[in-house]
Write a protein that binds this ligand. Structure first.
Ligand code: URA
Length: 425
């Protein structure tokens, strides 16, 4: 094979055959296809797309580049959740222990944040002592014993994707549905989960800005999972406005613990339960009511054991930022808009996220919201509190928040998508 022939074929709008796909993914992973060649191919795929057979083969080739985990020896079924990423999306934290408390094991391989979206591992690292790295043997033992693991993916899982994702990030080729779908699904299929629920976010704070694009991504991923023998379901959910009342690492852990204690913001509770019901149904355990496991404390019990098993102290005081700044409402009315992307960028600039992979995040930094769209506000009432250890960051965070919210006259209503927009199976 010749890399240039493969690039030309996709450039000219032809389908790639199975042998071409297997070769190019493998040769790229080994270094026999150069970065500049793969970036040209990625751009041709972004512009000309791939059909279902090509995406499925591409995903299989990425899985074959590394190891496949196997949880079939566990005494319980497995289910995992993947979110395409958003602002204030801490759902994995209460969800994994909740589903485990219902009798389904949750092997949740998670990532770090880059840009304005947070990462589950950064959030959990706000808990003193907690560690993200685990061997496969430790992971299996914890799944059997506690029922839930949230940890970093090992280097052996889909190495082709690690290399390709880093390349796409710097070549303007992230936003291709076939490449996003195969990237996510190669890792989830290689992880070996029996059932998978996808939370595909739609709105300003998400990758997919429109319901049509989110639906196409969801459909592509559900088909890939189904073709690979994984029971896969997707929910399209609202990311026009942040989830819950916090965006930032320790702030989000605190809110997640409130949910596990039976409280927390309505939208976080509602989405956690909706995803839990889908995971349980996909794993064949829809006889259990997850709301009951939040009420009776058993989800909290699994959370505490899960955190402790990874070196964390579930009773430790969570870090708080040294400085705060309160943004107040200038007038009376109804909050009709609170933009997810702008709040995410503000949290990032306050120190909750990183601009480069090697940056260190501030555990206490972020944005705490005091009102959600639809709520009445009085003039002078706090709308949000900004948290950071480095107060020189307030100015740029406040710039990001310009026009992020809108207060309309009394009686107005926000024009927002519902929390769960659509279900795709
Ligand atoms: N997340 C991934 O893992 N891969 C993508 O391509 C996009 C989001």
């Amino acid at each position: 094979f010749d890399a240039v022939d493969v690039i030309r074929a996709k450039r000219d709008g032809h389908g790639l055959d199975d042998a071409q796909i297997d070769w190019v993914v493998d040769a790229y992973t080994r270094g026999a296809v150069a970065d500049e060649q793969m970036s040209a191919l990625a751009m041709a795929i972004l512009l000309n797309g791939m059909d279902r057979r090509e995406i499925s083969r591409w995903t299989a080739a990425m899985i074959a580049s590394g190891e496949r985990m196997d949880f079939s020896a566990l005494s319980r079924p497995t289910a995992d959740k993947h979110s395409t990423g958003g602002v204030g999306d801490k759902i994995t934290l209460p969800l994994a222990p909740l589903v485990a408390a219902c009798g389904v094991a949750v092997p949740q391989l998670s990532g770090r944040g880059l840009g304005h979206t947070g990462g589950t591992l950064d959030k959990l690292e706000a808990i003193p002592g907690w560690r993200a790295r685990m061997s496969n043997a430790e992971m299996l033992a914890q799944l059997e014993d506690v029922g839930a693991v949230i940890c970093a993916a090992g280097d052996g899982l889909a190495p082709a994707d690690k290399k390709l994702y880093a390349l796409r990030d710097v070549t303007g080729t992230v936003e291709a549905i076939p490449l996003i779908a195969s990237s996510i699904m190669s890792k989830k299929i290689a992880e070996g989960t029996g059932a998978l629920v996808l939370d595909v976010k739609v709105g300003s704070g998400a990758f997919m800005k429109t319901v049509d694009d989110a639906r196409e991504l969801a459909r592509t991923m559900v088909d890939l999972g189904t073709d690979a023998g994984v029971t896969t379901v997707a929910l399209l959910t609202n990311m026009q406005t942040p989830l819950g009342l916090t965006a930032g690492n320790a702030l989000e852990v605190r809110e997640s613990v409130e949910v596990l204690a039976g409280g927390g913001p309505d939208d976080v509770v509602e989405l956690t339960l909706a995803l839990a019901r889908e995971m349980l149904a996909a794993a064949g355990r829809d006889d259990v009511d997850p709301a009951e496991k939040l009420r009776d404390g058993s989800a909290m019990d699994v959370w505490r054991r899960m955190i402790a098993a990874q070196g964390g102290d579930p009773d430790a005081e969570l870090p708080r930022a040294r400085e705060t700044h309160v943004v107040t409402a200038p007038a009376e009315g109804v909050l009709t808009q609170l933009d997810a992307l702008k709040v995410g960028v503000a949290a990032w600039r306050l120190g909750a996220g990183r601009a480069r992979k090697e940056d260190v995040v501030q555990a206490g930094a972020g944005v705490e919201l005091h009102v959600k769209p639809g709520a009445p506000v009085r003039g002078g009432e706090p709308l949000m509190t900004l948290h950071t250890d480095t107060p020189e960051r307030f100015e740029r965070a406040l710039e990001a928040l310009q026009d992020s919210w809108f207060i309309a006259p009394d009686g107005s209503r926000p024009d927002l998508l519902p929390l769960v927009v659509e279900r795709i199976a």
